[in-house]
Design a protein around this ligand. Structure first.
Ligand SMILES: Cc1ncc(COP(=O)(O)OP(=O)(O)O)c(N)n1
Ligand SMILES: Cc1nc(C(=O)O)sc1CCOP(=O)(O)O
Ligand SMILES: [Mg+2]
Length: 239
């Protein structure tokens, strides 16, 4: 038996490391724009992505593990963590840095028990109720869904707009430790990322804005520049 949650969450033994959510690239075999998925992940990281997720909704378990291993190998030495969407077992098998879970996926306490205190665990939030009840103490970040319309997800959340997403972030922040990262996802592009960051989010998570570009590295460089400049403005530094 591994450690209990109480042991994992003992004061001074907290799992939380600072996750850099500024440019979170989701790579998805159904939305690669014809790029090899491992080469795509490496390219966006070269361009400035700070976190990568393998979102593989249709692959077999073996395919997912093989993709995860290939992407993890391509990111070796970059220091950028790889997370697996939905699947704690795939993350464990491939030896990656963590998982992203939604409210229909494995519960955060089960994921934390299985993955241990050193893993990164992120959670999707898409309502005020979820912002109020998310188990922040078990998490390394949250990502608020449905900011704009998206074609990359089946049954997408209704678009909340920047104001809606920021209202959820305002519920989460007082419940979370200082510096706890809160990002946003859905339909974010170079044209609207600045607005999202200016609203008070710590980063943007994207598929299309990087994967479907002919030059994903250049697209990542542009988007990361927008995020960094908007974060500086928010912090009161010169643009
Ligand atoms: C960073 C990030 N945010 C949100 C999601 C969506 O998670 P979920 O609602 O569980 O939907 P699926 O992606 O699993 O279809 C995500 N994957 N990543
Ligand atoms: C995986 C995912 N989750 C979402 C949510 O709203 O929770 S939107 C989404 C897909 C995001 O892709 P794109 O950047 O192409 O819009
Ligand atoms: Mg999910």
């Amino acid at each position: 038996m591994g450690e209990t949650l109480d042991q994992i969450l003992q004061p001074g033994r907290c799992h939380t490391m600072k996750v850099d959510l500024r440019l979170y690239a989701l790579v998805d075999p159904e939305h690669t724009g014809g790029h090899d998925i491992a080469a795509l992940a490496a390219a966006v990281v070269k361009g400035g992505a700070t976190l990568v997720q393998l979102r593989d909704k249709k692959g077999s378990t073996r395919e997912m593990i093989a993709r995860a291993r290939a992407i993890h190998a391509a990111l070796k030495g970059t220091g950028v963590p790889l997370l697996i969407n939905d699947r704690v077992d795939v993350a464990l098998a491939a030896g990656v840095e963590g998982v992203h879970i939604g409210w229909d996926d494995m519960a955060a306490d089960d994921a934390r028990r299985l993955l241990g205190k050193g893993a990164i665990i992120g959670l999707s939030i898409n309502s005020a109720e979820r912002a109020r009840t998310a188990p922040i103490e078990l998490l390394d970040y949250v990502c608020i869904g449905g900011v704009f319309a998206t074609t990359s997800k089946d049954n997408p959340n209704p678009p909340q707009g920047v104001a809606g997403v920021c209202a959820f972030a305002d519920i989460i922040r007082p419940r979370a430790p200082k510096g706890f990262p809160v990002g946003a996802i859905a339909g974010i592009t170079a044209a609207n990322a600045g607005e999202v960051i200016a609203g008070g989010l710590d980063g943007v998570a994207v598929i299309t804005a990087l994967s479907l570009k002919p030059d994903p590295e250049a697209a990542a460089r542009e988007l990361r520049g927008i995020v960094d400049r908007s974060l500086k403005v928010g912090a009161g530094a010169p643009a």
